[in-house]
Design a binder for this molecule. Structure first.
Ligand code: COA
Ligand code: AMP
Length: 643
């Protein structure tokens, strides 16, 4: 007899229309869909075509109308400013309608784009929901990105308005946002007509009329706006994410499919009921923040938390336990790196003893693989289920997870458990055939993707098809490699592209290489992600200098480190680079990044058969030793993937 998970999974694959059509009954529609899944234009699929809906209405207004006006919708907890502020559903409705009106007064309407560049303050969520309310498309840019990254997104999304704050607060640092915004707008070809700034007392920005507007004043002088009806297939947001090149991919999310999928996940994956407190300790700039700080908990009628702090240092490694206890959190969702930070400072979890965690039931981890050490530490310290689950910006919600509301399956360390209903996960070889269980291959999802997954890339159907749907026809390529075991558990081993994962943040080494190449003394370069016991991975740069350069190497290294900070942002955590005479390449000229990475990680590696000159690897090893990395001598093993 198959259990509830197995039954739900099989039905979602054999009868997606029935499965998702039923889930869609949980959403309030202005007009029901004509078709659950429209597959008339393959490989583009559309969910709930013909349906009319509003995401903000489903996240706020309908709960107020259903008698839950006084239920807590949002808790803002900011140890960096010493603030705790709460919003009931009716208070949030008032704030969101007010700001939606302010946006409308600036001429923002259905389909117009709004870029949101915000720290973790309630106004970040309020502005996202306000866009949804009037049918505008938001694009949130993570605060750790620098001006030029913001400029690239301004050019691509072409926003009418940018919404921001006067500053962000990172631990003890107050970061002035205004110069960054001015710099980005100056750099961008597209110019927004207005910049709306939420002034914060920690650092008040100088506003330049007529372009720059004060949040409070524009709200005061506008009429609140009501929800408008949009097509289920209309875009709700664009979220840029790192790809292979420096040009980020604009992942599009629709309204209808996203609503249906996220609502379904709250009970079935996270086991949360309306009225309970769910805390995703992430940032609104990432997909986790979009889905599980802002949209899903509110759509479900739960209480969500905006936390402006860190796992450690604000003020100590007991911060998460204080939050859980104070706000009666039932489930926490964060990245393994946050737990590694806590473990590093409080290895015996002594600080936990100070707090009453009796409401806390489950810890969910994602953003990078949960290493078995961290898993075990968290399980022992918390004495509760610790669930690793795997997903991507593109998918919007988990592809593989232990669906705690359906059935708690046994946890296997190193695995995010099984494919979630809706995701037909298969591990393929280069000929598009499934590999035997236990064998590593490309992890792909058979089309159609379930509701809530990206329907395309912003203004770039071609790049969507080329990046995800071409290499394995009939499938979505996740760009993760791994395997499934005999029990159908998924294991994610590595990315197959140039994406690395630093402290749960997704970054492109290709983008960093583009920055290094801009240095006038650099002839060629490679950036690889090397293992780091705290942040998971860290980028390390290798540079070959142009002939005749006299500047000392350490000066050039300092300059490129500064350049990455300036062009990409502090979040890249690019702090280490070294100068080498040559880079190891294949005879066809491809840089052997995988081999460099294996040498750095002190992992077994094998001389690639196609290497141009094997002696170069000794030079690389010496260079790595010079900057404190591993010194493995050649070991007999597999060649690196693709090399
Ligand atoms: N705005 C501006 N700067 C930011 C920023 C933001 N929103 N987020 C990070 N930065 C800066 C940091 O201040 C740091 O700057 P520095 O080089 O001047 O010190 C730099 O970017 C690197 O940040 P980070 O990699 O986050 O390192 P950290 O040492 O500050 O913190 C952790 C380490 C583990 C505490 C932190 O990375 C963390 O909480 N990670 C969880 C990640 C997460 O939630 N991911 C989402 C998936 S669930
Ligand atoms: P992002 O788009 O920022 O969410 O990053 C997605 C990538 O992070 C995935 O393609 C994986 O490489 C990695 N990732 C996210 N969650 C997990 C997980 N639970 N286990 C392993 N890798 C993960």
């Amino acid at each position: 007899m198959s259990g509830p998970y197995e039954q739900a999974y099989s039905r979602s694959i054999s009868d997606p229309d029935g499965f998702w059509g039923e889930a869609a009954e949980e959403i309030s529609w202005y007009k029901k869909w004509d078709k659950v899944l429209d597959d008339s234009n393959k490989p583009f699929y559309r969910w709930f075509k013909g349906g009319e809906v509003n995401t903000c209405y489903n996240a706020i207004d309908r709960h107020v109308e259903a008698g839950h006006a006084d239920r807590l919708a949002l808790i803002y907890d900011s140890p960096v400013t010493g603030t705790v502020r709460t919003y009931t559903y009716s208070e949030l409705q008032k704030e969101v309608a007010g700001f939606a009106g302010a946006l409308a007064a600036q001429g923002v309407g259905k389909g117009d784009r709004v870029i949101i560049y915000m720290p973790m303050i309630p106004e970040a969520a309020i502005s996202m929901l306000a866009c949804a309310r009037i049918g505008a498309v938001h694009s949130v840019v993570f605060g750790g990105f620098a001006s030029s990254e913001l400029a690239v997104r301004i050019n691509d999304a072409q926003p009418k308005v940018i919404v921001s704050a006067s500053c962000g607060i990172e631990g003890a640092k107050v970061l002035d946002y205004k110069p960054l915004l001015d710099g980005a707008i100056e750099m961008a070809r597209h110019k927004p007509s207005a910049l709306i700034i939420k002034q914060r007392p920690e650092k008040v920005a100088t506003l330049n009329a007529p372009r720059d507007l004060d949040w409070d004043e524009v709200v005061k002088s506008s009429q609140p706006a009501d929800c408008v009806s949009v097509a289920a297939t209309d875009p709700l947001y664009i979220l840029y994410t790192s790809g292979t090149t420096g040009e980020p991919k604009g992942v599009v999310r629709d309204n209808g499919g996203h609503l249906v999928a996220l609502k379904w996940t709250m009970k079935n994956i996270y086991d949360i009921n309306p009225g309970e407190v769910f805390w995703a300790a992430s940032d609104v700039g990432w997909v986790v923040g979009h889905s599980y700080i802002v949209y899903a908990p509110l759509i479900h009628g739960a209480t969500t938390i905006i936390y402006e702090g860190k796992p450690v240092g604000t003020p100590d490694a007991g911060a998460f336990w204080r939050m859980i206890s104070q706000h009666k959190v039932k489930a926490l969702f964060t990245a393994p790196t946050a737990f590694r930070a806590i473990k590093r400072e409080d290895p015996k979890a002594e600080l936990m003893k100070k707090y009453d965690l009796s409401d806390f039931k489950i810890l969910f981890l994602a953003g990078e693989r949960t290493d078995p050490d961290t898993l075990e530490w968290a399980q022992t310290a918390l004495d509760r289920p610790v669930i690793d689950h795997w997903w991507q910006t593109e998918t919007g919600w988990a592809i593989a997870a232990d669906c705690m509301g359906l059935e708690y399956l046994p946890v296997k360390p190193g695995s995010p458990t099984k494919p979630v209903p809706g995701w037909n996960v298969q591990v393929l070889d280069e000929t598009n055939n499934e590999v035997p269980r236990g064998q590593i291959g490309a992890i792909c999802v058979k089309l159609p993707l379930p509701p809530g997954a990206l329907p395309t890339l912003w203004n770039n159907d071609k790049r969507f098809v080329d990046s995800y749907l071409t290499e394995y026809p009939g499938y979505y390529m996740t760009a993760d490699a791994g395997y499934m075991d005999e029990d159908g558990y998924v294991y994610i081993m590595a990315r197959t592209d140039d994406v690395i994962n630093v402290a749960g943040h997704r970054l492109s080494t290709g983008a960093m290489e583009e920055v290094l190449s801009r240095h006038p003394d650099v002839a060629e370069c490679a950036v690889v992600g090397v293992a780091d016991s705290f942040k998971g991975q860290l980028p390390v740069g290798f540079m070959v200098l142009k002939m005749g350069v006299t500047k000392p190497n350490d000066v050039i290294v300092k300059e490129v480190v500064q350049m990455v900070r300036e062009y990409i942002g502090p979040v890249a955590a690019f702090k280490t680079a070294t100068v080498v005479d040559r880079l190891p390449k294949t005879r066809s000229g491809k840089i052997l990044r995988g081999t460099i990475q294996k040498i750095a990680d002190n992992e077994p590696w094998k001389m690639p058969a196609t290497i141009d000159d094997p002696a170069i690897l000794d030079e690389i090893r010496e260079a790595l030793e010079g900057i404190g990395y591993a010194s493995a001598r050649e070991k007999e093993a597999q060649p690196s993937a693709g090399e």
